[in-house]
Every structure is written in C-alpha cells, then in structure tokens.
Design a protein around this ligand. Structure first.
Ligand SMILES: [Zn+2]
Ligand SMILES: [Zn+2]
Length: 369
C-alpha cells in the first residue's frame, strides 16, 4: 500500500509540474528546472518515436491506436467485473430501484457515445475552401498569433489554429492532441471532449458509490466487526473486486475532475490548452518589464539587450513572432513606446468573450465551418 501510495503521489506531482511548471511564478525555481528537464526529455522521446513512426507508418498507426484500444478494454473489463461480481450483491433497495438502473444504463451509454464522437468527429481541419472564413472569424492578435502560412499545408494559418504533426493537418481552434482518443481536440469536437470527461467522471462516481454500497451492505449482513481493509482483502471475491473498483474510482474521479476544472478555467479565461503556454510567455515578458507597444507600428515588441561585436550592449526592440530586430536604441526617439505594465489593464484577450459566451461558442454551438 505504501509503495502504491508513493507511486501515485510521485505520478501526481510529475503531472502537476508538467501542467503548471511553466507558470511565471515558478521561473528560476527548482520546479521550473524540473519542468524544463521533463519537457526536454519528453521532446527527445517524441522526436525519437516520431522518427521511428515516420519510417514505419503502419507501426505508428498501430501504436497510436493502442492507447484508445487499451482505454476501451480497461473500461469494458471494469464494467464486466462490476456486473459479474458486484451487481448481484447490491442492497435490495438499489437492485429494485428503476432510478439506479436508468442511471447505470445512461452512465455507460454516455461514455460510449462521447468516446465514439470525440475519437471520430473531425476536430475542424483548415482547408482551401474554409481558410478565408476561418481567418476572418479568428484574426491574429499580434501577441500570441500572427499572420502566417503553414509550410506543410501551404495555407494561411487562422489564429488559434495549429498544425498537428501527428494528424498532419492544421486544426482550427486547436486545443491539444489527445493520446487517449488518438485525435486532435479542436473547434468541432471540443464539446465531445468535455462530454467525454464529464461522462467518465459520472460513470466512475456512480460505479464507486454502487461498489461502496455493496461493501457496506455485505459488512452489515455478515462482517459487522471486520475492518474495511480486512473486508476487502480477506472475505470473498466479490468484496475484493468491489473494494478494488471503489479504490480505483476514488483515485480517478479527483484526477479527472481536476483536469475538467482546468478546462473550465480555460473557458473562463477564453484560452485553449495550446494558448495557455503562449499567454504564459507574454505574462513572463510583462513580469520582466520587457513587453512594449510601438504606437507608430501598431505592434507589440520585446525590449531586449543585445551584445555588439565590440562587446558593448545595445537596447533593441524585437518582433514577437520571429524575434527580428525592429530597431535599436539609436532610433528609439522616433517612436512612441508604451510599456505594458499589467496583463489585466494594459492587454486585451480579443478571443475572450466572457465565460458564458466562451462556453456557448465552444461547447454548445455546432461550428459552421
Ligand atoms: Zn498545416
Ligand atoms: Zn492531432
């Protein structure tokens, strides 16, 4: 138990560092160093795997599909274990309740439907016929998105889109590439992704409650003086399985809930997973007093210090998209330079329309592109 607990805590800490380690407040700390080491290692591993997969497309496809197949097998196996062992031993008030039967059926049906949809619905691909409309709907903001072309698809890149090297296409309103469903999460399937998270939480929560009800009922019937751990480990097979399923759901409901809350926070902020890191970079520049707005150029820039060939230092203003020197301190007096002091008061996220509108746009409305 101690070993299992340590592994779970270590895994949780690594996941937390992976998700939050790039926050500006952690810069210069051991958390950020560990984050950099982890991302470098995972980048190297991804590149290494990518090279192997590029050379063997059939192996690549097989490996990518193995994760969703593994997930489906695990879920199906747990549902089978529940019906084969736990269901028959539930208290009579649950076994005789139409509400519980409907809840069980709906929970499984919702997971099956949302998994199918998020896996197979096109996330929203940029094509020659929709790219103009997409670019007008998602204009560049000059801070984290710029007017660019995708060199692979040879198409204009609408803001908020990204070329996914795994799916080999530009995905509109790109959130992330999800290994669990072997699909990108984007404009057209984000709602199914949220449904997938919520329906998994609901099914695990429902399953956990039922398994715990079985344990409580069996303890009440036959093992009143037994401890919970002894009840799970030393009595019957069905109590053991109900115990394992209760522990599993008690672990995975909070993990999946934290992930869902993170996505609700992104919806509240009007950003995607992909954009969280980009806004983090902007916040870092603001924290360093290095982000400025050049009025005459209508452009944001990074103020940096460059070392000249003779060893002296010059202040330079770099464009945010490709870090080209726009001008140096010698031409500074020609421009009106406004220092960005606060993310909240000096910058505007043009993609954020307020939580309810963001939620409606990304989760409730069927995209017309
Ligand atoms: Zn592309
Ligand atoms: Zn993808």
């Amino acid at each position: 138990m101690l070993l299992l607990g340590s592994v779970i805590v270590a895994f949780g800490a690594l996941v937390a560092i992976f998700i939050l380690g790039d926050q500006p407040r952690f810069r210069g700390t051991w958390i950020h160093s560990l984050y950099l080491t982890l991302t470098r290692a995972s980048g190297r591993l991804t590149r290494w795997v990518g090279i192997i997969l590029d050379e063997n497309p059939a192996v690549g496809s097989l490996l990518r599909w193995s994760v969703p197949v593994f997930y489906c097998c695990i879920v199906t196996f747990c549902i089978y274990l529940f019906f084969a062992n736990v269901y028959g031993k539930l208290p009579p008030e649950i076994k005789g309740s139409l509400f519980h039967h409907l809840w069980i059926f709906m929970s499984i049906a919702c997971v099956a439907a949302s998994t199918t949809m998020v896996t197979f619905v096109d996330p929203g691909t940029a094509t020659a016929s929709n790219v103009d409309l997409a670019t007008s709907l998602f204009p560049a903001n000059g801070l984290i998105f710029f007017e660019k072309r995708c060199s692979t698809c040879n198409l204009q890149k609408p803001a908020r889109s990204k070329h996914c090297s795994t799916c080999n296409k530009c995905v509109l309103l790109y959130d992330h590439h999800c290994l669990w469903v072997n699909n990108c999460i984007g404009l057209r399937n984000y709602r199914w992704f949220m449904a997938y998270l919520v329906s998994n939480i609901n099914m695990m929560f429902n399953g956990g409650i039922l398994c715990f009800s079985e344990l409580r009922y069996q303890r009440h019937l036959h093992y009143q003086n037994w401890g919970w751990w002894a009840l799970i480990t030393r009595t019957t097979e069905y109590n053991r399985i109900a115990g394992i399923l209760t522990i599993l759901t008690a672990l995975f409901v909070p993990i999946t809930s934290i992930f869902t809350i993170l996505h609700l926070r992104y919806l509240y902020l009007g950003i995607t997973t992909n954009e969280a890191g980009k806004w983090g970079e902007i916040e870092h520049l603001v924290g360093l007093n290095a982000l400025v707005y050049i009025v005459e150029k209508g452009q944001y820039a990074e103020r940096a210090t460059m070392r000249d060939a003779d060893g002296s230092f010059t202040r330079a203003y770099l464009s945010l998209d490709d870090e080209i020197v726009l001008f140096t301190e010698k031409e500074e007096s020609r421009y009106t330079i406004r220092r960005i002091q606060s993310m909240e008061t000096d910058l505007d996220n043009i993609y954020d329309k307020g939580f309810w509108n963001n939620f409606k746009e990304r989760v409730l409305t069927i995209a017309q592109i």
